[in-house]
Write a protein that binds this ligand. Structure first.
Ligand code: NAP
Length: 284
């Protein structure tokens, strides 16, 4: 039976550690890290996400503010706010909550955030399998790597299978695994022999968005299984891409959904903000 990787508990530990760091650095450098989240429009789910990010930042003692802009905001107006935050020395992290309304070019907005303040880390990963210098890694992929490491598993030399080649999770997490010296396979909707490939993987990261895609008979005994997917099952309950009941009988370690990768993603956003702050204060 697999050991459960408790993302909630691991995130709680990280918040405690980061809160202590923030106090120490605030004293050393005379100011606290600042995270600014911009939201354009009234999408209810996005409003909850940005609120949770602000709460998490404040929980560790950071300065945090949500900047709300109306649905009718033009790209120029949004870029102006980003430019102002880029130029503000007390701002360490800038995050534009996606999606943005149709009149705004998402890529132009992401590109406008100063590299040293891009706490989402999307732009740094936009150029294939290289992380641009000076950027932090995107939050969810970074969370996956952190969760694997908490199991004590050495990633170097292992066969890691990433299922899904999305821009937000699949591709960047594959890049991070490569940087950790894993041998990486990326599977997608056209992959023909997923089960055979999966059975040779020491680490499986599922980032697809399809309930029960990975079943126990696809898992090599003892493998580490990280489930990024967020779906609703037949009963309307939240579940991942991995069939937890059968996969946990074969895996060595497995993340649950909910309570696995999800809670770690915001914790990694706060870590990214702290890392951006440290890079900036130490540059002076
Ligand atoms: P995405 O961009 O839509 O990518 C999905 C990928 O899955 C695509 O590459 C697609 O292949 C692949 N795929 C579809 N059917 C498949 C199949 N039968 N076998 C193998 N691969 C298949 O999605 P995403 O943004 O990366 O998100 C993936 C999942 O992670 C979603 O459930 C999302 O909600 C979740 N998520 C969770 C968090 C978190 O914090 N926990 C954060 C972000 C995302 P093709 O490229 O061939 O179409």
């Amino acid at each position: 039976m697999a050991q459960i990787i408790d993302g909630k508990a691991i995130a709680a530990g990280l918040y405690e550690q980061m809160a202590a760091e923030v106090e120490k650095y605030a004293e050393q450098h005379g100011r606290r890290p600042g995270l600014y989240v911009i939201i354009v429009g009234e999408d209810p789910a996005s409003l909850v996400y940005v609120r949770n990010k602000e709460i998490a930042a404040k929980k560790v003692g950071m300065v945090s503010e949500v900047i709300r802009m109306p649905e009718s905001t033009t790209q120029e107006e949004l870029l102006e706010v980003i430019a102002r935050l880029n130029a503000d020395d007390t701002v360490d992290g800038i995050l534009v909550q996606l999606p943005v309304p149709r009149q705004i070019d998402k890529d132009a907005v992401i590109a406008a955030v100063a590299p040293e303040k891009d706490v989402d880390g999307f732009f740094g990963m936009k150029s294939g399998f290289t992380m641009k210098k000076g950027y932090v890694a995107p939050c969810t992929p970074r969370a996956c790597i952190h969760l694997i490491k908490t199991t004590g598993t050495e990633i170097e030399g292992k066969h890691a299978l990433v299922i899904g080649r999305g821009e937000l999770v699949g591709k960047p997490v594959a890049t991070l695994l490569l940087n950790e010296n894993a041998t990486v396979t990326i599977a997608h909707s056209r992959t023909r022999n997923l089960k055979e490939i999966a059975l040779t993987a020491d680490i499986i990261i599922a980032a697809v968005g399809k309930a029960h895609l990975v079943t126990g008979d696809m898992v090599k005994p003892g493998a580490v299984v990280i489930d990024v997917g967020i779906n609703r099952n037949e009963e309307g309950k939240l579940c991942g891409d991995v069939d937890f009941a059968t996969a946990s009988e074969r895996a060595g370690f497995i993340t649950p959904v909910p309570g696995g990768v999800g809670p770690m993603t915001i914790a990694m956003l706060i870590r990214n903000t702290l890392d951006c702050y440290l890079a900036r204060v130490n540059k002076r």
